[in-house]
Each structure stands twice: as C-alpha cells, then as structure tokens.
Design a protein around this ligand. Structure first.
Ligand code: NAP
Length: 305
C-alpha cells in the first residue's frame, strides 16, 4: 500500500513541488503556519480551508491518479476537512479508496450528508456512507439541503450518542431556501451548518452567519469560488497589489481569504480536482487574513467589476 509520502515520491511531478518547496519543507511549513478555527461545540480546531468533492468521478483510469494526487497534496499542505455526499455520484467510494490507499483516515475530518427520509431508506443510506467511505466513525453528517431533516436528525443524534458520528449539521446552497434553513437553525440543536457564501454571493451575512455565531454553530462555506465563476469575473487582470497586505499570491487566495476572514466562518470547502489547485488554495490558510477594513476594500473593489 503506498503511503501518502510514497505516493508523492512516486509521482515526482506532483503539484506538491509546484510551490517550489520539498515535500518535507512544505509539511513543516504547513504544520507551523496553517490557520485554524475552533468548532464552538467542542473547542476542537480545524484548518480554515477544506476540500469539496462534488466532482469526484472517475471516467478513465487517469482520473484515479489525478484525484489521489489532489487529496495527497491537500493533506500534505495541512488540509484535513473533506466534504462529500451520497448524492455526489461515486465521490464517497473514491474517497474511501483514496484514504485507505494513502493511510490518512486518522488525519482527516470527514464530513458527509444524509438526504432521505427514514421512511425512504435514510438509515440504510447512512449505513452505506460509512461503508463507501471505509470508516467506522464520521466526523460530521449533515442533512443535505434539509431533505428528510425531521426524520433524520433524530437518527443522526442516535449515532452521535453511540460515538459513530461526532457532529451533526444541516446544509443549503440556495438563497431561496434560507428562510426554511433559518427556521431549522432556530429550533434544532446543531453543531454545524453549511451555507453558500462568497464575494459574489453575500446573502448569508444578513441573518445566517450572525445566527450561527449566536448559537455557537460552526460554519462550513460551500461555493466559495462561485463554482469557479469568480475567476471569470476577474478575468486576466493581476491580483491588486494591496492584496499583499494580507498575503494573497493568487485570485483563489483572494476569494478564499475573504470568506474565511468572516468571524462566523469556520472553514471554506472549495471544490478541487487538481493538485495545483489544492496547493494554491491551502495558501489561503497561511499568512495574514484581511481585517474588517480590508474586507470592505475587497467588497467595494469586486462590486466595481
Ligand atoms: N447543498 C450543499 O450541501 C452543497 C451544494 C454545493 C456544493 N457543496 C459542497 O461545496 C463544495 C464546493 O462547491 P463547488 O465545488 O461546486 O464550487 P466552488 O468551490 O465554488 O468552485 C469549484 C471550482 O473552482 C475551481 N477551482 C478550485 N480551486 C481553484 C484554483 N485555485 N484556481 C482555479 N480554479 C480553481 C475548481 O476546479 P477543479 O475542479 O478543476 O479543481 C472548480 O471548477 C462542493 O464540492 C461540495 O462539497 C454543498
């Protein structure tokens, strides 16, 4: 079985080297400098940049190597939080294989989702997630877009009681669902919420992020790059010089640092299927984050595009 280190050595061209540092040097760098935030329910800390895997699918054999290299690079750069779902085609199965192959399960904070009513096979689907991910315990299971939330939250709590799930939560990625989402936040005891938020999509700032902070809920942010559209908005222009004040070397870091510098946000989970994107994005978990005034400057500048 190749370990992560061996895997990176074997694929010497790995984007791991793209940062110009050796694997050992990057690991040491990541270990000392990765920005983490606490999960309010426990005080456990997680790095502010995670990995979204809704595009983890294998069409031809080369995809396997590319996705393995992406996860290896993510972990080697200090990442731990990985988000998946049974709805993301073979994402859970692929992650189960990769984590077993690289021997990294114990280094990860693994999050998946529950998306069926109990009456519609919700329990069986959850059992399947443990199996696909090759995991005895999961760090976080979230009600996916509130599907089956009323019947599945009690099931998730049972699993939490039994020590098989550490945290429970809910997700959305649509502003139209926010009123219903807020109702659940107000009435249920949750460790985590997951919501869409980016420089181009700031609705969550109005009620959801403050409510999460008030209620002591950790926040994962999905679509932090607007499904990749933010790169199109900025086009070919260079990152503004003033972004050096908060250590941004790339557009991805500019967008991600904006998201994770919101005080209520715990961790952003950009989707990445390429090792060079993992190396780039983990750079947003290092150096300085923008302060309140610098965030305003990012907003004004982005709105002017
Ligand atoms: N309702 C829900 O629960 C819900 C809904 C949507 C998403 N999610 C979660 O949130 C995650 C993120 O959403 P998403 O992946 O759709 O959108 P996203 O994170 O906003 O954007 C992902 C896109 O950005 C590209 N990208 C990533 N890093 C880059 C970089 N450094 N430079 C240039 N391009 C870069 C990716 O390309 P590559 O793939 O080529 O690396 C991909 O095309 C999902 O994977 C999923 O886990 C949850």
């Amino acid at each position: 079985m190749p370990t992560r280190r061996k895997f990176l050595q074997q694929t010497a061209a790995a984007a791991a080297l793209s940062a110009g540092l050796s694997t050992a040097a990057r690991k040491a760098h990541a270990a000392v400098a990765t920005i983490v935030k606490p999960i309010p329910a426990s005080g456990q800390t997680v790095p502010v940049i995670g990995l979204g895997t809704n595009r983890y699918a294998v069409g031809d054999p080369a995809d396997n190597a590319r996705l393995t290299e992406t996860v290896a690079t993510f972990v080697d750069n200090g990442g731990t939080v990985i988000d998946t779902a049974p709805m993301y085609r073979s994402s859970e199965t692929i992650l189960g294989r990769i984590t077993a192959e690289l021997g990294i399960r114990n280094e990860l904070f693994l999050a998946t989702k529950a998306d069926r009513d109990v009456g519609d096979g919700g329990r069986e689907r959850l059992a399947n997630s443990f199996q696909q991910l090759q995991a005895d315990t999961l760090d976080l299971v979230q009600s996916h877009n509130l599907r089956g939330v009323d019947s599945m939250l009690p099931v998730l709590r049972e699993h939490k009681q039994d020590g098989r799930i550490r945290y429970i939560g809910i997700t959305t990625s649509r502003v139209a669902q926010f009123p219903e989402f807020i109702d659940v936040m107000e009435t249920e005891e949750l460790d985590f919420i997951q919501v869409n938020y980016s420089l181009a999509d700031r609705e969550a700032e109005k009620r959801i992020l403050p409510l999460a902070a008030d209620k002591g809920m950790a926040v994962l942010v999905n679509l932090p790059l607007g499904r990749g559209r933010l790169f199109k908005t900025v086009g070919e222009q260079p990152v503004p010089n003033w972004a050096q004040e908060f250590d941004c070397d790339s557009w991805a870091q500019f967008f991600l640092k904006y998201v994770v510098s919101h005080p209520a946000v715990t961790c952003a989970i950009p989707g990445m299927t390429k090792a060079r994107h993992a190396a780039d994005n983990l750079g947003a978990a290092r150096g300085r984050l923008p302060d309140a005034a610098q965030r305003r400057r990012q907003e004004t500048w982005f709105a002017s595009l």
